[in-house]
Design a protein around this ligand. Structure first.
Ligand code: MG
Length: 393
């Protein structure tokens, strides 16, 4: 019996890699559902190749435009943001891979966890925004939340070497991004081209910008709190420019377990699909003898302000991570449109956090309301949304 997979966000970087893994392991996995936001040409190509039973388009692209590209497709076509929830809870689906950019995948991730589907999470936002709701839902239905984020996959793999109460701390590694050796001023004044030139990982534009500001690592700290049930003071971040050690776990006896490999997302994707087993993979092996050295350094808190904020937000919890993430998403969009310089992103996030009164124990609707408020707040700050209602939420 092949395991049936639904891939939410199949045309993005993680979605495409997931299809590569599924294609190489065709005897183990069957792709039954795909979703795309608006890249219907690629979705059509994937549909011809993988023959899913369900296809969803979450943007307003007319279904007829897609059907015209794949007239032979005999499955069901769904449309709109809500269609992700439908795909995530299909009776025939065993594994849901959530690789939708940003907060858009949250309702579907929550629905999949509640329904007891194995949930492989590539995007960090569901855990950052609704970590409590998501982990509680998974616990209640008895299912596993499996990280695809490379650092969390590394921690998850290293954790198999001991018991949870034997963990002293986890160490998340960060490449340091394209501005690792730049001055704070150079980094803050950077534009889109410089920020998108990531030295080691090839990823989508949003996460590449997050990597340049180290906002990505800040979000990963919050993600780790929920995935591994750790308090933020048991999490450390080290810059590791080679991106070979994907993260580590230190146990109480002083042993540190690390997961190493070439920077290739197909490794964490495959492990999330095959866990607790391993299988022969597509990634190139790591030629240890060719590595001259592995470097580690503590990040400069004055330069990477987002990381300092990330630890504070992780400690505060409640609605703080929602604001932190949503303000970042809105600011990164403005940056990618060339409207602001890189350093403005974290200023807008901090400004938005200061304008918010934190609330605890919110429902999904309550969290999403605050998410929307934070986005409006940033747009207003940017002068794009002057008429927005700016009452405190
Ligand atoms: Mg990561």
């Amino acid at each position: 019996m092949r395991q049936k997979i639904a891939i939410l966000g199949s045309t993005g970087s993680i979605g495409r890699s997931t299809l590569d893994v599924a294609s190489a392991m065709e005897s183990e996995f069957e792709v039954v559902a795909l979703s795309a936001h608006r890249k219907i040409d690629l979705l059509a190509e994937q549909t011809r190749r993988f023959k899913p039973r369900y296809v969803a388009i979450t943007d307003g692209v007319p279904l007829d435009a897609f059907k015209a590209l794949v007239p032979e497709f005999g499955g069901r076509c769904l449309q709109g943001a809500q269609s992700l929830v439908e795909l995530a809870t299909l009776d025939e689906v065993d594994i849901v891979v959530c690789a939708v950019v940003g907060a858009a995948g949250l309702p579907a991730a929550l629905a999949a966890a509640s329904k007891g589907r194995r949930l492989a999470i590539a995007n960090k936002e569901p855990l950052v925004i609704a970590g409590r709701l998501l982990t509680e839902a998974a616990k209640k239905s008895g299912t596993a939340l499996l990280p695809i984020d490379s650092e969390h996959s590394a921690v998850f793999q290293a954790l198999q070497a001991g018991r949870p109460d034997e963990v002293k701390r986890i160490i998340l590694t960060a490449s340091g991004g394209p501005f690792r050796n730049a001055s704070r001023q150079e980094m803050n004044n950077a534009g889109v081209t410089e920020a998108l030139a990531h030295p080691t990982w090839s990823m989508g534009p949003k996460i590449t910008v997050d990597s340049a500001t180290m906002m990505n690592k800040a979000l990963e700290v919050i993600e780790a709190v929920w995935l591994f049930g750790l308090s933020p003071d048991k999490i450390d971040v080290l810059i590791h420019p080679e991106s070979v050690v994907h993260s580590m776990v230190e146990f109480i006896d002083g042993s540190i377990m690390a997961q190493l490999g070439t920077p290739d997302m197909k490794v964490p994707i495959q492990y999330a699909l095959t866990w607790p087993k391993r299988a022969k993979g597509l990634a190139q092996g790591l030629a240890l003898e060719k590595l001259k050295q592995l470097n580690f350094q503590a990040p400069d808190p004055d330069k990477f302000r987002s990381l300092v904020l990330g630890f504070q937000v992780a400690q505060t919890a409640g609605s703080a991570p929602v604001v932190f993430n949503a303000a970042n998403e809105a600011a990164v969009s403005a940056f990618l449109e060339g409207r602001i310089r890189l350093g403005r992103i974290v200023e807008l996030i901090e400004d938005c956090l200061n304008a918010h009164s934190v609330r605890q124990d919110l429902t999904l609707d309550g969290l999403l309301e605050i998410d929307a408020w934070a986005r409006r707040y940033v747009l207003t700050r940017l002068g794009q949304n002057k008429t927005a209602h700016m009452a405190k939420v």
